[in-house]
Design a protein around this ligand. Structure first.
Ligand code: ADE
Length: 247
């Protein structure tokens, strides 16, 4: 998968894209993330990429020329181009899955007061938000998106089970995890996790996920109940039990 990010601050991306799981995925050729400096496409002799807004107001707005030229010369015509913005569609699992199925897409990062609307309109950009808060620029948002899309690409996470396991629990908050030692200063790991009965372990984890989701994210819980019609008899029993619990 090739992702090209247009930004005024390409240097921000290198440490994130070069470390840990994303670094390994790049080395293995599973993802190819390029951060391109939009200033390199400015026709202005000072490499300017923004100007004051028509209509007045504070801040600067990205001018059309560097963005148009960059997108044209990088071959973005006919490809998905995202624009990171708090006005956009909220990034969630379904958008991440959609993007993970693409071979290539582009991301534009804005700064200050944003970008000239003609850039968004002419390139048919999809605005994407990572949450109801305002960042100083789109770069951190773009990295969040790249990270969560990348981990859905086959091979990026170590074991395929990491993802398939997740799909049973998809739409639920994660159950609590424990590691060694079994007893730390008198604090015990739940007995069921230590006896090696995988079926019981799965049902315990499912129950914990369901309880947590029902309590913290009733919206997600309701959606899970509505859509997960493929549970086994035992899983269904766990769900019915959680449904009957008092809040
Ligand atoms: N740029 C500034 N704030 C943002 C947000 N919340 N999501 C995506 N891009 C942004």
């Amino acid at each position: 998968m090739k992702i090209t990010v247009l930004t005024q601050f390409p240097e921000i991306f290198a440490p994130v894209m070069g470390s840990s799981i994303l670094g390994r995925a790049s080395d293995a050729g599973l993802i190819d993330v390029r951060a391109v400096n939009i200033r390199d496409y400015s026709a202005d002799r000072h490499r300017k990429t923004d100007d004051t807004p028509f209509g007045g107001g504070a801040g600067m707005v990205m001018t059309p020329q560097p963005a148009f030229d960059a997108l044209r010369s990088l071959g973005a015509e006919g490809k998905r181009v995202l624009y990171m913005s708090p006005r956009g569609r909220m990034l969630d699992y379904s958008l991440a899955e959609e993007l993970a199925a693409e071979e290539e897409f582009f991301i534009l990062c804005g700064h200050y007061e944003g970008v000239d609307q003609r850039i968004i309109d002419a390139w048919n950009m999809e605005e994407v938000s990572i949450g109801d808060y305002v960042l100083t620029g789109g770069e951190l948002a773009a990295m969040v998106l790249v990270d969560c899309v990348s981990r859905l690409i086959p091979g990026v996470l170590g074991s395929p089970e990491s993802l398939s396991e997740e799909s049973i629990y998809s739409g639920l908050l994660e159950y609590p995890q424990y590691t060694k030692p079994r007893n730390y200063e008198g604090l015990e790991v739940p007995e069921v996790l230590t006896n090696g009965n995988h079926k019981l372990i799965h049902l315990w984890q499912l129950r914990e996920s369901l309880i947590l989701t029902k309590k913290r994210r009733p919206d997600m819980f309701a959606e899970y109940v509505r859509t997960h019609n493929n549970l086994t008899k035992d899983e269904k029993k766990v769900l019915d039990d959680v449904l009957s619990l008092e809040d």
